[in-house]
Structure formats: structure tokens, C-alpha cells
Unconditional design. Structure first.
Length: 356
């Protein structure tokens, strides 16, 4: 059994070490493991009370609802906790720190989720078990032994100006043109864009419902206003949202007539195909942007990149960081700094200009 364990460990670390390092590691393992009796753990089939786990999740979500968490956050709590208990196959009060470590390791190395996603799931588990301890449902918190997953942050880039022009030129409908100009002018999150109502649009401003249920005013420039006018002139329906959801299900080409590609992009012109009171989803708008990126060869085209691009360009033009932060709807400038794509050359120039 000891030799099998050695082989398993060496195979796991093989991609990360040289042959010489592997040989040294094997010798070290042999010496260390020689002091232990090793046997494979046998896990008996545990009796899982799914209702017990479900009931405590409901209580936790209800408590978070009462404390003001958003619907989106509550959904993430519920789904991630259910997935965790289904995978670990234990009752909530039987979970150990080792169970949690193993679950997170499997998520990263077998399920191939990003470390950011795994860290978000770890944070949800921490909130859950901290709440259990606070409510005196449990007296020991297994999350107290779990470290934060270190995430290597790669620099995020804004769009180049030529990429923006390519995206503008590839638009196949007034709706696509409006999405581009709206994202560039307002710096909205895609979820905020999806929920915009027509009655919340004024001449130069739009009321949006931001993250954490925080409303704010965003501003539209001349290009966005023109795109908005052209798009609304084509709408003949009574749906209250700027970007309505389609009434049909399935492939639009099955209900559209004439040029297939054109009708797939412009179905919203037909009021019979527009839902009465639903807005399009955030994921759908992301798909529009990604498809435009593929058509033009613009890599990494997604809605959030417009938000970073707008903030970066404004800062380059001299807008104060505090103003940029407020326009983005951030709680502080520390969050805003993550968004900015400022090059070393720009930092050097700023230092030369302002530091005497």
C-alpha cells in the first residue's frame, strides 16, 4: 500500500518537477512514509438526510434575504450549497475541514473550474458555516481551518480603438448598434443593461438598478442617443423593457421569413414575436457581443470589457479617479483600480508630470 501511495503522489507532481527533482522527492517520500502504517480508507455508505440539508439551506437563505442580499446572491448561495452537499454526500453537521479541502481540490483539478469560481464557492461555505456557528446550531466551524484560494490576477485589457470601430461596423441591426453604444457610454454591467425599462430612460440619462440593489443614474452620449432613437423607431410592441425577450421558443429561423440571417437579428421588429413583459437575459446579451467579436476577429469580446474600456479611456483623458469610481457604481476607488488598463509608459508619464 505504501508503494502504491508513493507512485500516486509522484504521478500527481510529475508535470511540475524535473527528473532530478522527482528522484529526490521519491527518496524523501520513502523515508517519510517508512514511519507510518498506511491503509486505504474505506468509506461506508452514509445515511444522508437530504431533507435535513435542504431545510437548513432554506433557513440560511431566508436569513440572508432578511439581511438584504439580492436575489442573484441568494440563488448562488442555494445552488452552490446544494452542489456541495450532493458531492460530499454528508449531512451538514458531519462535514469536516478535510471534506471541504477535498471538495475544493476536486473542483479545481478535476472539474476544471477556475480558482476564482472555487474561491467564490469557498466564500459561500464560509458564510454558511459562520451563520451556523453564530446561530449556535454548530459550535465548531470547519471553515476556520480552510485557507483562501490564492488567485493569480492577470492584467485585464481595454479594447483598442480599432477594435471598437470593427465592432461598430459589424453590427447587423439597430439593436446591436445600440448595445455597443450603450455599453460604451454608460459603463453598465450587462445585468443592468438587460433590466433597463423604457420609462426609466430620459433625454440624457437612464436609471439603472445596480449590484446589491443600488440604483444609480448613468449618462448617454450623442452616439448612444442616436442609436437609441433608431432602435426605438423600429419597435412596434408594448413590452416595457429596452431589450425585450422573444415570445417564441426554439430557433428563430423556424418562425422568421425571408432572409434567415437578417430575421434572426431583427425579430424584435415583429410585435408578434416579442413577449409581453419579460426582458432578455444577461447571457443572451453576452452571446450577441461574443458573436460580434467572432465576426470581426476581435478577441475576448464580452460586455464587461466595455465597462473597463470606458473607465480606462476616461481616466486617460484626465477624469478624476473618484468620478470614474462613482460612474461605475463602485463603493470605493480600490475596486475601481482593478478595472483600469494603464500601461507602464502611462504611469511613467504621469509620474514625470505630477511628481516633482
Amino acid at each position: 500500500m505504501r508503494e502504491e501511495l508513493e507512485i500516486e503522489i509522484i504521478n500527481a507532481i510529475n508535470p511540475y518537477l524535473s527528473q532530478e527533482e522527482l528522484q529526490d522527492m521519491k527518496l524523501q517520500l520513502t523515508m517519510i512514509l517508512s514511519n507510518y502504517e498506511i491503509q486505504k480508507r474505506h468509506t461506508e455508505v452514509a445515511v444522508i438526510d437530504e431533507n435535513k440539508n435542504e431545510a437548513i439551506i432554506k433557513k440560511f437563505v431566508a436569513a440572508k434575504l432578511a439581511s438584504g442580499r439580492t436575489v442573484r446572491t441568494l440563488k448562488f448561495y442555494r445552488e452552490s450549497l446544494k452542489a456541495f452537499f450532493n458531492k460530499v454526500n454528508k449531512n451538514f453537521d458531519e462535514i469536516t475541514a478535510d471534506d471541504i479541502r477535498l471538495y475544493l481540490a476536486v473542483r479545481v483539478h478535476q472539474d476544471n473550474v477556475s480558482k476564482t469560481t472555487a474561491n467564490n464557492e469557498r466564500r459561500n461555505l464560509s458564510a454558511f458555516y459562520t451563520w451556523l456557528q453564530k446561530e449556535e446550531i454548530l459550535f465548531k466551524n470547519p471553515m476556520s481551518k480552510i485557507d483562501i484560494i490564492k488567485v493569480n490576477k492577470s492584467p485585464k485589457k481595454a479594447f483598442e480603438e480599432i477594435d471598437l470601430e470593427r465592432l461598430r461596423e459589424c453590427c447587423r441591426s439597430t439593436r446591436e448598434k445600440l448595445v455597443i453604444e450603450l455599453l460604451l457610454s454608460t459603463w453598465c454591467r450587462v445585468s443592468e443593461v438587460a433590466q433597463i425599462r423604457l420609462d426609466e430612460i430620459n433625454e440624457d440619462t437612464i436609471l439603472v438598478h445596480g449590484k446589491g440593489e443600488k440604483d444609480r443614474i448613468v449618462y448617454i452620449n450623442a452616439k448612444c442617443k442616436l442609436a437609441l432613437e433608431n432602435y426605438l423607431a423600429e419597435r412596434k410592441d408594448s413590452n416595457p423593457y429596452l431589450f425585450p425577450k422573444a415570445r417564441f421558443t426554439g430557433n428563430i429561423s423556424q418562425v422568421a421569413k425571408g432572409n434567415k440571417r437578417q430575421n434572426e437579428c431583427e425579430w424584435y421588429k415583429n410585435p408578434d414575436l416579442v413577449s409581453e413583459d419579460e426582458h432578455t437575459g444577461s447571457g443572451t446579451i453576452e452571446i450577441w457581443i461574443r458573436h460580434m467579436g467572432k465576426r470581426t476577429g476581435v478577441k475576448n469580446a464580452h460586455p464587461h470589457r466595455f465597462r473597463r474600456t470606458g473607465a480606462t479611456y476616461a481616466l486617460r483623458q484626465g477624469m478624476p479617479l473618484t468620478t470614474v469610481s462613482k460612474l461605475l457604481g463602485h463603493s470605493g476607488i480600490g475596486v475601481t483600480q482593478v478595472y483600469l488598463d494603464i500601461s507602464d509608459a502611462e504611469l511613467e508619464e504621469a509620474h514625470r508630470k505630477y511628481v516633482k
